[in-house]
Design a protein around this ligand. Structure first.
Ligand code: ZN
Ligand code: ZN
Length: 273
C-alpha cells in the first residue's frame, strides 16, 4: 500500500466512492440497432487472432479536452486505459502492441459541434467525418470522441451517462460535461474518466458475452453485456457502499491498474476465434 505523506487517503477514498457511485449508475451503452458502415465495423475474431497493433485515436471538441498528466502519485492518466487493454491480451500467443495517446498534443481538437444532445447515429457520423477508418486484419483502430452535451436516450437527454460505446463498432464517446459534474475534485474526476473509458473498451472488445464467449458464467441476466462480479469494472452497478469501497480499495491498494475481474480476463485471454 502506497502511503504518501500529506495525502488524506481516507478522504480520497470517500470522494472516489461518491464519484464511482455516480459513475456506475451512468455506465450505459448504446444498443440501437442501426446499419454500421463497413469501415466502422469491428472484427472481433481478427482482434483476437491476427491483430498485432492496437491504436487508440482521440479527438475532442473545444473545451471538452480529456484529462492528461498524472492520475495518482506519478501514474500517467492514460496509462490506466493502456494497462487495461494490454491486460485483456496477457498470455495470449499474440499480444498486440498497444498505442494510447497521453498528451493533448497527440490528440485532435475538432471544432465545436454546438450540440446539446447526441444520438448514437450522430456520434457515429461524427466519427466518420473525423477519421478515415481503414480497418485491416493486422491493425485495429479505436476511436474515442470527447464531446460537450449529453447522450440522448429515448428522445431525452440523460445527464447520468458519462460514456457510451456503439455496439459492433470501435467507437466510444465520453461526455465531458458529465465527467466534470461527477466530482469537483479533479483527481476523482480523472479517475472517473479513465474508469469509464476502460468500461466502454471492455464492451467494444467483446465483454461480457458481447462477441467474446464466456469461460465461466458471469453474465448479469438483468443487464446484458455486464459482469456479475462486483469487483470488476464491467459490473453494472455497485449498489452497496461496502461493495464499492472494496472495489476502490482494491484498485488503490493494488500495484496493478487492472480494473477487470478474473472472469472477464479469462474470457479474453483464452478466447479462440
Ligand atoms: Zn456498460
Ligand atoms: Zn468481469
Amino acid at each position: 500500500m502506497i502511503d504518501e505523506p500529506g495525502f488524506p487517503k481516507g478522504m480520497l477514498f470517500s470522494l472516489i466512492l461518491t464519484a464511482l457511485l455516480f459513475l456506475t449508475a451512468c455506465s450505459s451503452d448504446s444498443d440501437d440497432s442501426q446499419a454500421i458502415p463497413e469501415a466502422l465495423a469491428l472484427d472481433i475474431p481478427a482482434l483476437y487472432s491476427t491483430v498485432d497493433t492496437i491504436t487508440v485515436l482521440v479527438a475532442h471538441e473545444f473545451e471538452a479536452e480529456p484529462f492528461t498528466g498524472t492520475i495518482h502519485s506519478d501514474i500517467p492518466c492514460w496509462s490506466v486505459l493502456e494497462s487495461n487493454i494490454e491486460a485483456l491480451f496477457e498470455g495470449r500467443a499474440l499480444e498486440p502492441d498497444v498505442y494510447v495517446p497521453s498528451a493533448l498534443s497527440e490528440m485532435e481538437e475538432i471544432p465545436s459541434q454546438e450540440q446539446v444532445t447526441w444520438t448514437s447515429e450522430e456520434i457515429l457520423s461524427l466519427a466518420r467525418d473525423v477519421w478515415d477508418a481503414d480497418p485491416s486484419s493486422y491493425e485495429a483502430e479505436f476511436f474515442v470522441l470527447f464531446l460537450k452535451g449529453s447522450f440522448e436516450r429515448e428522445g431525452a437527454p440523460d445527464y447520468q451517462i458519462i460514456g457510451i460505446s456503439i455496439v459492433g463498432t470501435p467507437v466510444i464517446a465520453i461526455f465531458k460535461d458529465i465527467v466534470l459534474s461527477s466530482s469537483f475534485i479533479p483527481q476523482v474526476a480523472r479517475f472517473v474518466e479513465q474508469a469509464t473509458l476502460v468500461h466502454e473498451f471492455g464492451h467494444v472488445m467483446g465483454l461480457v458475452n458481447n462477441g467474446v464467449p464466456m469461460v465461466s458464467d458471469h453474465l448479469d441476466p438483468e443487464h446484458p453485456r455486464h459482469c456479475t462480479n462486483d469487483r470488476c469494472v464491467m459490473y453494472w452497478v455497485n449498489e452497496g457502499a461496502s461493495d464499492m469501497s472494496e472495489f476502490v480499495q482494491q484498485m488503490i491498494d493494488s500495484d496493478s491498474l487492472v480494473m477487470f475481474g478474473e472472469q472477464c480476463l479469462e474470457d479474453t485471454r483464452s478466447y479462440v476465434p
